[in-house]
Every structure is written in structure tokens, then in C-alpha cells.
Design a protein around this ligand. Structure first.
Ligand SMILES: [Zn+2]
Length: 491
């Protein structure tokens, strides 16, 4: 008699993602298990990112970190929209970009570099990994022109007085994952109004400069001087670095309606092959009023405005774990306050139980978990991640680990596991310095600062805090929690 059996490795979690293409949760099967290829629609760098945009990038970072945590190599490509466009998801028109640049005493190139640096700074503050490849739209004009030529050769384009357009009526699969109703299509068409378009959903591949004035950003092309349409860059950049099909394409929920259907149409017409297997769309974070965040509505919150309220950016990162990434939600200062307190509790727990915090009383009693307890927590954490990156569930496991370890006196081992989880959570646990290892000069400054605070000499306390900061450390007061950058010292 033959025996058939399967050996199930405890960490061999099957990954599931909700795929906008099929509108259901699907098992993720890599195209090439040696390397997962991911494309992320990147920022438009003509303004600061708001915290809702940043929530989407935290989700992208979680995806990259989770794949790495599960043992995959990941190649993630992100574009940078540095060409001003005439329409699309709050982008500014080319002329508005030039106006905004001149108001700042810059040209369009300098303006986009300025906001790109601001975006990278936000990413760093939120402990995000860099994508494997960043690519500016303006660095791939040649590739975009080639792509448009390929689409033209296949007979899917037509010319109007202001540009070269994609004829969506020739691509019957167009808009498969879009949920736009006829009214929505009309509304989208109104925003990008051009009466010469044959169908309301046709979109520009190349725009001519019709102003008669030279612009800072314009290029020669087989169709005349102008600039590429917004959708063109993502197809050209993903083809350049990832080919097609690739594994996962990510973006925000609004991309599902127009931008991504347009990317699919371009890539699939040009290559005759599928663009990507999985399409993951992150929900919006609206303003407290539940309106969309927009500069014009005055409800546009940047990460800096959160930091200015004394909130650690990583507490904002933790706040986003309270919602499923696909969920659209209204921002709440109250909930962010709750996340900030929770973040402080986690920091204190980690510091008090870090290996090498040996000068603490009873430290030796904090390290023997019941047999099997730790693998079980790790398994549950992995299960939560594997189930469509369910962060509320993953955080429930984290808190269960913290509380159970306190009851069972195995906090030191729990912290070692938390440091492992932090490869995904990215809450800066590994940067916390164990008690007893704070350098002497820093300890001295902390003691002086405590004294200044006790005698209500806040000016001196602030000066000492700045001095500590200059030495590469940041003080995180337990109450209130203030932001730190590189290394945290809890006092
Ligand atoms: Zn894109």
C-alpha cells in the first residue's frame, strides 16, 4: 500500500490578495518564485503628499516588507510623475505647474525636485523601504514615444487638434475592473474636455503644446512638440524595468477607474500580452468631515502638520494599521491620539524588555515562554499578513503577545519576536536603545533636562533636547510622546 502524505512547513503560508481584476480574493502564485515583480504608481511631485497619499505608500511598503518577510526577493518599481498634466486625479495642468514654479522662484524642473525631496523625507520619517527602482517620467520620454508609436502601428490611435488619442472603442476589454457608471464616465469626460474625442473614455497619449509659447518641459516627437499623457509613463516605465506580465500592480482606489484601465489598454495593445496578474487598490483616507482631502478645501493634512502637533510619524504609521488597507475611512485626530498612546506603550514594553536591559530587577525571570507559545504567535502573525495583509488582525496578535508574555513572564522572548515582526511593522523597535546602554554623556544631558523640566524651566529643557538631538539621539517622553528620528531613548 502506498502512503501519500504532505509535510506542511509551519511557515509555508499561502498568500491571498484581493484582486481588483477578478473582484475577489485570490491565491497569489508568483510568476517567477525567485523574484516578485511589483509596480507602484508613484507620487505627483508638484505638491506635498497628504497623509491619505502616505497611507497608500505605507500599504505599498507593507506589501514589499511582507513579501521579503516571507522569503521572497522583490523588485519594486515606482514612477515619479514630474511632468505636469492637464487632467487626472488632482494633477495640475502644465500651465499651472509653470505658474506655481515661478511663484516659488523656480522652474518646473526645480519645483518637481523640491517636492520629490519632500516626499522622500516623508518616506524616511515613516520608515518606508525604498522601491528597488525609482524612475522619473521625464527620464523615459524616449520609451514613452516608442510605446505610443507601437500603439499607433497597431491602429489604435487618432489625432485631434491638441494631441494623439487612444481609441478605446477598438479595445473591447477596456475598463474591465472599472466600476464607473455612465454618469461617472460623463463626469470624467467633462474634466478632460475635448469635443474632438470619438468616445468619452478616450485619453491622450501625447499632448501638443498649443499655447504658442515654449514650455520648460516639452519634447520633440514624431507628432510634434509636446509632452506625454499621464497614463503613458506607467506603461513605459513598467515595461522598461519589469516587462509583462509582472506580478502585482498597486495604486489608490481612484486609479481603478481611469488611470489603470488606460495603462492596461496601452501595454496590452502594444505588447499583445497581459500587463499584470494582480491589481491591488488602497482605500482613501478622507478628511475628518469625510470629504476628499484637497488643497482647495483647506483640509489637506501633511505629515509635517501631524509632527507639528507633537506626534511621532511612526505613531501615524501605527494608526494606519487600525484599518484594512482597502477600506476608505475618515481621518480622526482622536483615533490618532489613541494610536499615539498605543505606540508609546509598545515602545516602553520593548525598551524595558530588550535583551541587554540587564540592569533591570527580575530581568532574568522574563525569558521562558511555554513550549510552542512563540511559534504559535509567529504563525498567527503570518496568517494575518497572508490573508490580504490584514493589519488589524496582525496588531491583535501583537497585543496578545505583549499581554500574554506579561502574564506568563516571558517578556524578553516576546520582545525578540516583536523585533522580528518589526521587519514588517517598521515601528522602529530595533532603534530603541536598551536601558543601561545609553551613552554616559547622553544620560547626563537627559538628567539635566529632567531637572529643568521638574523646575519648569522649559526653555532650558528644549535646549537640552536639541543638544541631545544633535548628538544623534532623540528623547521620547512617555507623556506626551514626541517624535524621534534615528534612535529613541525613553526616559
Ligand atoms: Zn500609474
Amino acid at each position: 500500500m502506498d502512503f501519500y502524505f504532505a509535510i506542511i512547513h509551519p511557515m509555508s503560508n499561502t498568500l491571498f490578495f484581493y484582486n481588483s481584476l477578478s473582484r475577489k480574493k485570490e491565491t497569489f502564485i508568483p510568476i517567477d518564485p525567485k523574484e516578485i515583480r511589483v509596480y507602484t504608481c508613484g507620487p505627483t511631485v508638484y505638491n506635498f503628499a497628504h497623509i491619505g497619499n502616505l497611507r497608500t505608500y505605507i500599504f505599498n511598503d507593507l506589501l514589499q516588507r511582507t513579501l521579503i518577510f516571507l522569503g521572497y526577493n522583490v523588485k519594486r518599481v515606482m514612477n515619479i510623475t514630474d511632468v505636469g498634466h492637464l487632467s487626472g486625479d488632482g494633477d495640475m495642468g502644465m500651465d499651472k505647474v509653470e505658474k506655481a514654479a515661478s511663484e516659488k522662484g523656480m522652474n518646473a524642473w526645480q519645483l518637481s525636485d523640491y517636492y520629490l525631496e519632500a516626499f522622500k523625507k516623508d518616506m524616511e520619517r515613516l520608515n518606508m523601504l525604498s522601491p528597488t527602482i525609482w524612475e522619473k517620467a521625464t527620464a523615459t520620454i524616449k520609451e514613452q514615444i516608442n510605446l505610443i508609436s507601437q500603439i499607433e502601428q497597431k491602429g489604435f490611435t487618432y489625432k485631434t487638434s491638441d494631441g494623439i488619442y487612444f481609441d478605446t472603442s477598438k479595445f473591447p476589454e477596456y475598463g474591465a475592473m472599472s466600476s464607473l457608471t455612465n454618469d461617472g464616465i460623463k463626469e470624467a469626460a467633462r474634466v478632460d474636455f475635448n469635443a474632438e474625442r470619438k468616445n468619452p473614455r478616450d485619453f491622450a497619449l501625447w499632448k501638443f503644446n498649443t499655447t504658442g509659447k515654449k514650455r520648460a518641459m516639452e519634447w520633440d516627437s514624431p507628432w510634434g512638440i509636446g509632452f506625454p499623457g499621464w497614463h503613458t509613463e506607467c506603461s513605459a516605465i513598467s515595461l522598461k524595468h519589469l516587462g509583462n506580465p509582472f506580478d502585482i500592480h498597486t495604486g489608490a482606489i481612484d486609479h481603478k477607474e481611469t488611470h489603470h484601465p488606460n495603462e492596461i489598454a496601452q501595454t496590452e495593445v502594444a505588447t499583445g500580452k497581459k500587463m499584470a496578474n494582480f491589481w491591488l487598490h488602497a482605500g482613501f483616507l478622507n478628511a475628518e468631515s469625510d470629504q476628499k482631502m484637497a488643497k482647495s478645501k483647506g483640509n489637506f493634512l501633511t505629515l509635517q502638520s501631524v509632527i507639528d502637533r507633537g506626534i511621532n510619524p511612526l505613531a501615524y504609521r501605527l494608526y494606519t494599521y487600525g484599518m484594512h488597507w482597502r477600506q476608505t475611512a475618515a481621518f480622526s485626530w482622536e483615533a490618532l491620539g489613541g494610536a499615539t498612546r498605543a505606540f508609546g506603550r509598545l515602545q516602553v514594553f520593548v525598551q524595558e524588555n530588550l535583551p541587554n536591559s540587564t540592569n533591570l530587577p527580575n530581568y532574568d525571570d522574563r525569558g521562558s515562554a511555554p513550549a510552542g507559545a512563540l511559534p504559535q504567535f509567529k504563525e498567527r502573525f503570518l496568517q494575518a499578513l497572508s490573508d490580504d495583509l490584514n493589519m488589524p488582525q496582525a496588531m491583535a496578535v501583537v497585543w496578545d503577545l505583549v499581554n500574554t508574555s506579561k502574564k506568563g513572564n516571558f517578556q524578553a522572548e516576546a520582545v525578540k519576536l516583536l523585533l522580528d515582526f518589526d521587519r514588517v511593522l517598521a515601528l522602529g523597535f530595533s532603534q530603541i536603545i536598551p536601558i543601561g546602554q545609553i551613552p554616559e554623556n547622553i544620560s547626563k544631558l537627559i538628567a539635566e533636562r529632567e531637572q529643568a523640566r521638574a523646575s519648569k524651566n522649559y526653555a532650558l529643557a528644549d535646549k537640552l533636547r536639541d543638544q541631545i538631538q544633535k548628538l544623534g539621539h532623540t528623547v521620547v517622553d512617555k507623556q506626551p510622546i514626541v517624535w524621534y528620528n534615528r534612535q529613541a531613548l525613553l526616559v
